[in-house]
Design a protein around this ligand. Structure first.
Ligand code: NAD
Ligand code: UDP
Length: 314
């Protein structure tokens, strides 16, 4: 790929900080825009001295101003864990709706390509399994998760409208549950929560029966998939995730085994509208991008646990 100047919204977050490292490594210049609502300055600390890295502290729900030329706008800014988007419901809707509009506006003004970070949550509590891109989803439009799900659905619609109406060169990735270093220990997502509970010898909090399933992708696999999608000219949504599906009970025992602790379980009420199952059909990504995940769950968990052992208190 030619060297580009890339604007990345949400770059101080979990995925954004890994993507920043990946893009800088490949010789691109990266301008991160973040308001730190759920991200952390320390995720970007390592790049502060890098000449090709710039940081703009800004809320993308407001007009975005970037000087100079821009080749690609990647819109990743949004609270992303259920705890975060329940804590910040309006900001979540604004990041998905106004943030997407402003990021698309920036692309149009700069004649830059555009890339939207969408989510498997557009499928809601899916009635079709595994989820393929042509499934329209099963979303409660007024439930607690709707602030996230519906704003991402709006974001996809807005992206397609800019593509068809303004001929913006767009991409949409639907990201399935991803994990790895740089997740906040308190972001409430299941993997950091279980790891921290096991490391501290506390009971693992399983919501509902723990029979609900998810499919977990390690961060390096996701970032490779994203980069490959940036390099295509495909405008429709593409699922990126790991199709290995496991139950939450099983996840707890795998994490306990790796940490070497006897786990105690505390069952808690299942949050409303918590999807019963989730598993990506990745045939499109395989065919279009020659991509599939390489890191198996236990390897990814071991790396993540090692990182939390070192960094959780910092
Ligand atoms: P994260 O919370 O770690 O990162 C999000 C970043 O966006 C944070 O740095 C936050 O401060 C920033 N942000 C939020 N609202 C903003 C605003 N209005 N203006 C500027 N910055 C803002 O979450 P993440 O897991 O890294 O998720 C990144 C993106 O990927 C999100 O768009 C999310 O919807 C999507 N995604 C993530 C997953 C996953 O499993 N991690 C799954 C599906 C989709
Ligand atoms: N979960 C759980 N205990 C926790 C946190 C989450 O049992 O402490 C469950 C949650 O109910 C869901 C699954 O783990 O069924 C994945 O939750 P997460 O918040 O990581 O992501 P999402 O629901 O958005 O897929």
């Amino acid at each position: 790929m030619e060297k580009m100047r890339i604007v990345l919204t949400g770059g101080a977050g979990f995925i954004g900080s890994h993507l920043t490292a990946f893009l800088l490594d490949r010789g691109h210049a990266v301008v991160v825009i973040d308001n730190f609502i759920t991200g952390r300055r320390k995720n970007l600390q390592q790049f502060i001295e890098t000449p090709e890295f710039e940081l703009i502290e800004h809320d993308v729900s407001n007009y975005i101003d970037v000087s100079g030329s821009v080749d690609f706008v990647l819109h990743f800014a949004s609270p992303a864990s259920p705890i975060d988007y329940l804590r910040y419901p309006i900001q979540t809707m604004k990041a998905g709706a106004l943030g997407t509009l402003n990021s698309l506006g920036l692309s149009k003004k700069k004649k830059a390509k555009f890339f939207l970070a969408s989510t498997s949550e557009v499928y809601g509590d899916p009635q079709v399994h595994p989820q393929k891109e042509d499934y329209w989803g099963y979303v409660n439009p007024i439930g607690p998760r709707s602030v996230y799900d519906e704003s991402k659905r709006f974001a996809e619609a807005m992206t397609m409208a800019y593509h068809t109406h303004h001929a913006i060169d767009t991409r949409i990735v639907r990201i399935f549950n991803t994990f790895g270093p740089h997740m906040r220990p308190d972001d409430g997502r299941v993997i950091p929560t279980f790891i921290l509970q096991c490391l501290k010898g506390k009971p693992v909090t399983i919501f509902g029966t723990g029979e609900q399933t998810r499919s977990f992708c390690y961060i390096t696999d996701l970032v490779e998939g994203i980069y490959k999608l940036m390099n295509t000219d495909y405008h429709y949504p593409v699922n990126i995730g790991n199709p290995l599906e496991i139950g939450i009970n099983e996840l707890a025992s795998i994490i306990g085994n790796i940490i070497g602790s006897e786990i105690q379980i505390e069952y808690k009420e299942l949050p409303r509208d918590d999807p019963q199952c989730r598993k990506p059909d990745i045939s499109k990504a395989k065919e279009l991008l020659s991509w599939q995940p390489k890191v198996d769950l236990k390897t990814g968990l071991s790396k993540t646990i090692a990182w939390f052992r070192k960094n959780a208190g910092k």
